[in-house]
Design a protein around this ligand. Structure first.
Ligand code: F6R
Length: 617
């Protein structure tokens, strides 16, 4: 949700922190700030807006243009060399996104600074108690209470780590936090409960971040802190319960390279990402899939009576695609539900159901809570997670890693494709331990293997889709229409358009149109209709005719040879095995959303009001 960085070593901390914040900005981008220690003083600089605004503010300070702009605790020389500091890029939860509410937060004396991700649930109570004790709170945030609590515990002879531990005893909620204390300048204290925090181990220097994106340029040796861990980090040493691991990512994975934005870069990375997800998992000998990570033997796989996918947003729609695949290929009842709904409705947890928690980030709080609820009730839950070491991946213990590589754009593209491909493999595996024949299994194995190249072919036709996007970019509303296999794809297509272009979009099942929404069709309401060349082709053609008869423009996305002039625009996709066609149908919808957003001049990678991983309720 928000991004955290910390540094302690020999280098000038400010540029290291700023660079770290820049690489984490996708996690939250309404305000930013940093605190460094220089000449025994804490220097805090904060600003509403983006990391670039913070950078500008710092250079203004250095150039002496401080007039009314610096936070009260800076002396206007925040760019001077400091070798320890913390920083934050925020996505507001408590209090509006302004300079005062930006992190770091400090205690009254300006001794202790804190950056925090997550939510302190008893913040109101803590703030009231502090106010009763005469503490003047400067911001509206939950985090500021932490700074005051730690300061109150940080008495004579008490280590900073101990003060943080004591303060956290009063706190309910989730946190990843880094604490800086001018009286303990040679260390940072880190603590984690629910929100991710990773240490980067350098040579005589240490880094802290909420995401390895900020670390890989400096080191590949990292420690993912476990929930409940509190640790002290010094330039040359650290002590944690969790063990160090090597990150499997390159700094270039987090850079734009030749692309103007990450969404388009990640759309184009899909063939390679999909190859990674399939690698070593397709078994020609037994015409099945090998998913060792789920750790279930054939007997256990056979005893599964139902499959339920749980996720949020696009991960939920991917789960819906998975449910269709499982029902079709394995003939096991399957469904998908938003993880947030599931956790709040006191769900009946069935011991014979396989629950699949779906998440790119592995951090989404609603999904994590659904997993915890399932485990508490004895449910059998596996993860389908992209980020290794993430909370959902750890909590599930078993599952399928998506291998999509880092996804930086807020809008999910390649992770969703890999989710759907992973569910196709799961469905194949479940089918092959039941009644699916080897020939039918081999058809799916070959179909999956063909997908990456088919996606390449579609990406090569991007210019035509961009042209169609430009033609329809003035629309204020759009329908996305699909049927059965196409229905979750339509939902995902509408979601993608909404989030990156802010064009209002709604998805409908083709069969539902005549039960109400058809009333909205007119010349200003384009419909994107998904028309796979499957057994429902004739029905989908008649859907297009119904829309055209009411004057509605139609963009058909199809693998079939549609009658000429049936639609106002046609996007052709390669023909895949019918069950796998949703994976292809989705790609032109990503491009359509992207190019409409580009035409409208949107900030594509950082859509308004959104953040990449939603670690709050
Ligand atoms: C849409 C999007 C969101 C996420 C959702 C779940 O493009 O990115 O809807 O899919 O917030 O996130 P993860 O998959 O990280 O749990």
């Amino acid at each position: 949700m928000c991004g955290i960085v910390g540094y302690i070593g020999r280098r000038d901390a400010t540029p290291v922190l700023l660079e770290g914040l820049r690489s984490l900005e996708y996690r939250g981008y309404d305000s930013a700030g940093l605190a460094v220690v220089y000449r025994n003083k804490l220097h805090v600089t904060k600003t509403a807006g983006r990391v670039q605004d913070l950078r500008d503010r710092l250079s203004d300070n250095t150039n002496g243009k401080t007039n009314g702009k610096t936070n009260g605790k800076t002396n206007g020389k925040t760019n001077a060399k400091a070798t320890v500091g913390i920083g934050h890029t925020r996505w507001a939860t408590h209090g509006e996104p302004n300079e005062t509410n930006a992190h770091p937060h400090t205690d009254t004396a300006g001794r202790i600074a804190v950056v925090h991700n997550g939510i302190i649930e008893n913040a109101e109570q803590l703030r009231d108690q502090l106010a009763d004790q005469g503490v003047k709170l400067a911001s509206d945030t939950d985090t500021e209470a932490l700074a005051h609590l730690i300061a109150a515990e940080a008495g004579e002879g008490v280590t900073l780590e101990e003060a943080v531990r004591r303060a956290l005893r009063h706190v309910e909620g989730t946190y990843g936090l880094v604490v800086l204390d001018i009286l303990h300048q040679n260390e940072l204290v880190v603590a984690r409960n629910g929100s991710p925090l990773v240490l980067g181990i350098g040579d005589g220097e240490m880094f802290v971040a909420s995401d390895v994106a900020a670390l890989v340029r400096h080191t590949k040796q990292v420690v993912y802190l476990g929930d409940g861990e509190v640790a002290t980090v010094r330039a040359a040493d650290y002590r944690t319960v969790s063990r160090p691991t090597t990150v499997d990512a390159e700094a270039g994975d987090y850079e734009l390279g030749a692309f103007a934005d990450f969404m388009r870069k990640e759309i184009h990375e899909q063939p390679e990402a999909l190859r990674r997800a399939l690698r070593g998992r397709l078994d020609d000998r037994f015409s099945t899939a090998r998913l060792g990570g789920i750790n279930l033997d054939p007997r256990q796989l056979r005893s599964i009576r139902q499959v339920k996918f749980l996720g949020c947003g696009s991960a939920y729609y991917a789960g819906q695609m998975g449910a269709v695949l499982v029902e079709e290929l394995a003939r096991i009842p399957a469904g998908a539900e938003p993880a947030s709904e599931f956790r709040y409705r006191n769900p009946v947890v069935d011991p014979d159901t396989l629950y699949v928690a779906v998440s790119q980030s592995g951090e989404t709080l609603d999904t994590l809570m659904a997993v915890q609820e399932l485990r508490r009730k004895g449910g059998q839950v596996i993860g389908a997670v992209n980020v290794v070491g993430s909370a959902i991946g750890r909590e599930c213990g078993t599952g399928v890693f998506l291998h999509a590589g880092p996804e930086i754009a807020v809008a999910s593209t390649k992770a969703l494709t890999n989710m759907a491909a992973s569910f196709a493999m799961l469905a194949l595996l479940l089918g092959r331990v039941r009644d699916m024949s080897a020939a039918a299994g081999q058809r799916i194995v070959s179909g999956l293997r063909a997908l990456p190249h088919q996606i390449e072919l579609m990406l090569a036709g991007e210019d035509e889709i961009a042209e169609i996007a430009r033609r329809f970019a003035a629309a204020e509303h759009m329908f996305f229409i699909g049927r059965v296999r196409g229905w979750p794809v339509a939902r995902e297509g509408a979601q993608k358009l909404k989030e990156v272009s802010y064009v209002h979009a709604e998805a409908y099942q083709a069969s539902e149109l005549k039960h109400g929404p058809l009333a909205l069709i007119n010349a200003t309401m384009p419909s994107v209709v998904l028309v796979p060349a499957d057994e429902l082709l004739a029905k989908n053609i008649s859907t297009i005719e119904q829309i055209k008869a009411r004057g509605g423009p139609v963009i058909a996305v199809t693998s079939a040879d549609l009658p000429a002039d049936l639609a106002d625009a046609t996007i052709r996709i390669p023909r895949a095995e019918p069950e796998l066609e949703p994976l292809l149908l989705n790609v032109p919808l990503q491009l359509l959303a992207y190019h409409i957003a580009a035409k409208l001049g949107r900030d594509i990678d950082k859509p308004r009001n959104l953040a990449k991983s939603v670690t709050v309720e």
